[in-house]
Write a protein that binds this ligand. Structure first.
Ligand SMILES: *Cc1c(COP(=O)(O)O)cnc(C)c1O
Length: 350
């Protein structure tokens, strides 16, 4: 008997689907797409994602942290794209930002002073139109200043198109940007791209929809799945009525069942909160997880299915949409993607 070595859980990234979503968002918003590739490209690999998006025409990217920007610059080269750092510029960051040719998105007066004290340079400015997270309030927005190339604000409720907050934020932004003639005005994240032409301004900043999440937190036919988390069956077994599966007897069989143990656990990013609502795609069917997700494995009900050791299981992907998987885990696609750990190799397909 030969025993094959099971492949580890793998995160497959469909780069052509990423490219399609990029062009879809450009067509829907009618504006240039400035992709957000923070958190290592939402877990998919910022370098690979940005490289493909550049080949599709993207020239400006956003990251959250200066360190992310430094890594991306090193990966893409000195003559690469424009990179904005959403965190802005903290006291001793300015030199690091300049060395890596990164542009801070300045968020408050101390950041503006730190940037100016370091000699200034091309940068962005965030206006807080109601999220109360980052940025200066419209009434505190500075006059136009040298080096300002982009002004942005961020929507709090864009995934709820009918929420009146969207229009309030849009009007607040429109009311302040006039003082920055010639500066790129960026308003919409992914969901904002779908709110209509009034919300597009000069450039959009999508993240999640590039990576396959729907704009309203559920699958959307306009957005192609990009990421797929798959793992293999390690063992199959029969379980009798009254027997339990996994830690804490988290599942107790009421009838005889067949159970597959799958090589994906919370140390891979299969959130423990999948128990007890989670499901997977296996040999052409959606089947429930049984009991607790453990560190390295989970259990799946395969009663009545013809499943063998080594068979592939899709935790999310083209057959089990990431938004549905996230809902089952009580979370959102963003958290699901950024929770995939470094133990999981990324595989790029085209
Ligand atoms: C993360 C982020 C985005 C992208 O948001 P999505 O909802 O993923 O499209 C855009 N702008 C800012 C300021 C962000 O922090």
């Amino acid at each position: 008997m030969t025993v094959s070595v099971p492949a580890p859980a793998v995160l497959s990234v469909d780069l052509s689907a990423l490219a399609r979503n990029y062009h879809t968002l450009g067509a829907i918003s009618g504006q240039p797409v400035h992709p957000v590739v923070k958190a290592d490209g939402y877990g998919l690999g910022a370098q690979a994602v940005a490289t493909r998006l550049m080949a599709e025409g993207a020239r400006t990217f956003f990251v959250a942290r200066a360190a992310e920007g430094v890594r991306l610059r090193a990966a893409l080269g000195a003559d690469g794209p424009v990179i904005y750092v959403l965190d802005g510029c903290h006291g001793d960051d300015a030199e690091r930002l300049k060395t890596a040719d990164l542009r801070p998105v300045l968020n408050h007066p101390a950041q503006m002073q730190a940037w100016a004290a370091a000699g200034g340079g091309t940068c962005g400015l965030q206006i807080d139109t109601g999220m109360n997270r980052l940025g200066v309030r419209p009434e505190d927005a500075p006059e136009a200043f040298d080096g300002l190339a982009l002004v942005l604000t961020h929507l709090a409720c864009a995934d709820e198109p009918a929420n009146p907050m969207n229009r309030r934020q849009r009007d607040a932004f429109a009311g302040v940007v006039d003082r920055y003639p010639g500066v790129i005005r960026s308003f919409a994240n992914s969901s904002g791209c779908f709110l209509g032409p009034d919300f597009a301004f000069d450039a959009v900043r999508p993240g999640i929809c590039l990576y396959g999440g729907g704009p309203e937190g559920r699958p959307d036919p306009r957005i192609a799945p990009v990421a797929a988390l798959t793992a293999q069956v390690l063992q199959v077994r029969d379980v009798s009525a009254g027997e339990s599966v996994g830690y804490s007897r988290g599942f107790i069989a009421e009838r005889p069942m067949r159970v597959a143990t799958v090589a994906a656990g919370y140390a891979d990013g299969l959130l423990r909160s999948y128990s007890p609502q989670g499901a997977v795609w296996i040999v052409g069917e959606t089947r429930p997880l049984l009991g607790r997700v453990s560190m390295d494995v989970c259990a799946v009900d395969i009663t009545g299915l013809d499943v063998a050791v080594g068979d592939p299981v899709e935790l999310f992907g083209p057959n089990r949409f990431i938004d549905d998987a996230a809902a089952a885990a009580g979370t959102i696609s963003y958290e699901l993607l950024t929770s995939i750990t470094t133990r999981v190799p990324r595989r790029y397909v085209d």
